[in-house]
Design a protein around this ligand. Sequence first.
Ligand code: ADP
Length: 287
Amino acid sequence: TVWNLGSINIDHVYALPRLPQAGETLAARGLTQGLGGKGANMSAALARAGADVRHVGAVGADGLWARDRLAAFGVDVAEVAVLDAPTGHAIIFVDDAAENLIVIHGGANRALPWAKVEGALARARPGDRFLTQNETAWTQEAARAARERGLSVAYAAAPFEAAAVRAMLPFADLLILNAVEADQLRAATGRGPGALGVADVVVTLGAEGCLWIGADGERRLPAPRVQAVDTTGAGDAFTGFLLGGLDRGLPMGDALSLALRAAALQVTRPGAADATPSLAEAEAFDA
Ligand code: ADP
């Protein structure tokens, strides 16, 4: 079982001829609304990967459909609270050149009461896994509590926030970062990914695959070569399938190989959670 304390957002994507300037009013050509947020994307990928995933988080009354979408992926949403706060959301402008501008409002993700997190973790069992990112309240407290309960803690250090990431390092058994975040962490700590005191560190490298730094040293794993059309949510799909593979008992190398296949398929399709492949597709994919 994977307990994912994670954000649930509604993505409002506006298509514009160009990005607006300060003080300007522009008419959008179109609007699409969908489920987003790193936490929700990872839970969707975990469910697709065949994991038993319990999402811990919150929506407002305006986001019941987003919670239900998550449930439709096969995610257990019993620990998703409905709060008197707006559902977290992202306002996304995309212009004709695919350039974007994004504003995020944490909303219910940041208003989640500690008692809800504590209550959820009280139902976790030693040997379960705990996953979190930086888009909700209580990440550090929850990671500490999860560790104390005997759960293995995985942490995706995104969106990067130096203070939050540093505070999480003592509680993480597995740290997942992209190359930009790895550089930011090096600048913030003066230490490379192998010298952080975290048992397993995975640095994702886009089309180049990933680097795994564990007890046996460093290992580079290449990504399958694909024609990328939309890299949104690639890192979230990677993390979901990695944790899903580990949860099913795969050794790290095999779980990483599965995650690389799933993320490669993900970038060949438009969208975030909706573009996530199934386990069968990821397993069968041989680029
Ligand atoms: P993020 O999505 O957080 O920016 P990356 O760009 O490193 O992180 O992508 C995450 C993972 O997605 C990579 O490790 C890789 O497995 C996969 N991926 C991303 N871009 C491509 C690509 N062009 N071809 C194949 N795999 C890709």
